[in-house]
Design a protein around this ligand. Structure first.
Ligand code: 0O2
Length: 211
């Protein structure tokens, strides 16, 4: 019967994947529309607030690992209630103020409900990680029903994405623990943040020239 269970588990994952992919598409479109409108001349906005947008469905193995770590079984309910990043979007912005502009615009959509905001820009993680994680709920219209879907959006700057991508692969490649190396990574994160702020200062000075 274990074999039958495996098939059921994979089928459940695939069923959820259909729903979550649709939710990702819907939220991606919303963000692209916001970016386009804010970038247009009539809105005094800036071009390319969104430098890059990535989306991913949590891999089967990661879902299983996360459920195991919380000592939960694999079911629709446990996934929906505990795996909030099954559908994940990463929005890489040019500057940190763009992050707040985008979140503010998104929160004004009447069908978007902001469930939770973790602001690691104001309060960086001990590792040096800076980002804003926003958990939202969005209705998606399917053939037979409307589902309220949860999507996690990670907002980062280009500079922070450089650090976070490399740090993530350095950490997860092998499970090393070295206070010296961790401290070096924190220092690099701080230096990158300083560089980014220097760029922001220049951008603001140029913005003022245009006024
Ligand atoms: P992956 O491979 O990126 O998908 P929760 O997810 O809410 O149960 P937690 O710890 O409260 O757990 O979530 P958190 O820390 O707000 O967000 C987790 C995700 O943020 C991670 O996903 C990373 O993508 C990113 N993240 C958090 N801290 C760091 C960090 O120190 N360095 C880097 N590079 N990324 C970080 P996962 O789960 O690692 O998986």
């Amino acid at each position: 019967t274990e074999h039958v269970m495996d098939v059921e588990v994979v089928e459940l994952y695939q069923e959820l994947e259909v729903y979550y992919r649709s939710a990702l598409d819907k939220v991606e479109t919303k963000l692209l529309i916001i970016d386009r409108e804010l970038s247009s001349n009539s809105h005094q906005g800036r071009k390319n607030m969104i430098h890059q947008l990535q989306k991913r469905i949590k891999r089967f193995k990661s879902v299983v690992n996360k459920l195991n770590s919380k000592q939960l079984n694999f079911s629709k309910d446990t996934i929906i209630n505990n795996i909030h990043d099954f559908a994940g979007l990463r929005v890489i912005c040019s500057y940190s103020d763009d992050i707040y502009t985008l979140i503010d615009s998104l929160s004004h959509h009447p069908d978007i409900k902001i469930l939770k905001i973790k602001n690691y820009l104001e309060q960086p993680k001990p590792s040096g990680y800076r980002s804003v994680h926003v958990l939202i709920e969005v209705p998606v219209y399917f053939l037979k029903e409307t589902k309220q879907m949860t999507v996690e959006i990670q907002f980062r700057t280009i500079a922070m994405d450089f650090w976070a991508s490399l740090e993530h692969s350095l950490r997860y490649k092998n499970d090393w623990k070295s206070p010296e190396l961790s401290e070096k990574l924190q220092t690099i994160a701080d230096n990158i943040n300083d560089l980014e702020n220097d760029m922001l200062t220049i951008r603001k000075a140029i913005d003022r020239l245009d006024d």
